[in-house]
Design a protein around this ligand. Structure first.
Ligand code: FDA
Length: 325
């Protein structure tokens, strides 16, 4: 019943004028400009958060389109430095051309990672759908081989392959591996991924445990209580926690200007109270800040993908004061 209500609201919303979608999404998207993103980060800094910035857009159709992202991320790096923000970059490999021209795509990603390296900044490669999983991991391996250790990828708990990927990355990178682990937003085919809620939670938790056992840096990106609870008790079992230097004997020295071996990450506008609770307990919490001209496409995708969003749209409409980023 709730699912039907939610789908109906979402179906109605995506047919609404652009301004209405913009109003609903202002909670999840910092705005269309870098200045909007800087404003939000300055405000959320007072809540003890740090940030990762995503210039909205993905899967370009011609390699020339990558230039927009190259230019915009240069501006992002400058803004982080100028405003002394505790922030790093999240990039989508397909926005740099990984699917249209693999070689040039890799060159483009290297340019960003190198530029960030010169400013002591970390770059996270967001993980897109299964067409690019292997290549995205390969980019990280290639860049580490070139001494660019300020880069790490995202792994998706729902994919069957992920535990093997962690094992392989442990061999290749050792404790310099730096992950964001999430459930995975793409609804992948059932021959390569778990599709049921509990299976996805269990698989994601198993990955968290494996990453911690490997001495890697582990960013737990979930708003789901069972995952967060599992992660906090797994951290405890490794003697890790707020204010404690990473006690794992195999922990890496490369920590990319971040916390002691782990952090929690959440999307802008989602589960703020839970994030603030984690921050108040002393955990490092990072907010994913999407902004850019492509805010409309991103918002429509989010509206269609998350079955709970319908209820949130209704809440924003009925209680407009609750709809703030
Ligand atoms: P779940 O979906 O069960 O959500 C728990 C609750 O959180 C929901 O009931 C709802 O209340 C709230 N919620 C979650 N997502 C919401 C949303 N978008 N809007 C409103 N409410 C929401 N995926 C991927 O494939 N590649 C990637 O690179 C990333 N990167 C990434 C970075 C960060 C910082 C986060 C937090 C997440 C990602 N993801 C991602 C997305 C991730 O894979 C996953 O799809 C979502 O986080 C939702 O899964 P949860 O674990 O939050 O649980």
């Amino acid at each position: 019943m709730v699912g039907l209500f939610s789908r109906t609201v979402v179906a109605a919303t995506v047919r609404m004028p652009k301004w209405f979608v913009g109003w609903v999404s202002r909670r999840y998207v910092a705005g269309s400009t870098l200045e909007d993103a800087v404003g939000i980060m300055k405000r959320l800094s007072s809540e003890g958060a740090c940030f990762t910035i995503d210039v909205l857009g993905e899967e370009i159709t011609s390699i020339a389109e990558a230039q927009y992202f190259l230019d915009e991320y240069v501006r992002v790096v400058d803004a982080i430095t100028e405003h002394k923000l505790d922030a790093n970059l999240s990039i989508k490999p397909t926005a740099f051309g990984l699917l249209v021209d693999k070689e040039q795509g890799m060159v483009n990603i290297e340019k960003i990672v190198r530029m960030a390296h010169e400013r002591d900044m970390f770059v996270r490669l967001d993980m897109e759908d299964h067409r690019v999983t292997t290549d995205t991991i390969q980019v990280v391996l290639d860049l580490h081989k070139q001494g660019l250790t300020n880069v790490g990828t995202v792994l998706q708990g729902r994919l069957f392959r992920t535990l093997d990927d962690i094992n392989e990355l442990e061999v290749e990178l050792g404790p310099a591996a730096d992950y964001r682990i999430c459930k995975g937003i793409y609804l992948e085919p059932e021959d390569i991924s778990y599709t049921g809620y509990q299976d996805i939670v269990d698989a994601t938790n198993a990955c968290i445990d494996r990453m911690l056992a490997a001495g890697a840096y582990c960013s737990i990106a979930s708003h789901d209580l069972p995952v967060i609870k599992y992660a906090t008790s797994a951290l405890e079992s490794y003697g890790m926690g707020p204010g404690i230097a990473d006690p794992r004997p195999n922990a890496g020295k490369v920590r990319n200007f971040k916390g002691p071996g782990y952090e929690f990450q959440m999307l802008l506008g989602v589960r703020g109270p839970m994030r603030r609770k984690l921050a108040a307990a002393g955990h490092r919490t990072r907010v994913y800040i999407p902004y850019g001209e492509k805010w409309y496409e991103y918002s429509i995708r989010r509206l269609k993908e998350n079955p709970t969003v319908g209820a949130q749209v209704a809440k924003a409409f009925l209680m407009p004061w609750s709809n703030r980023p």
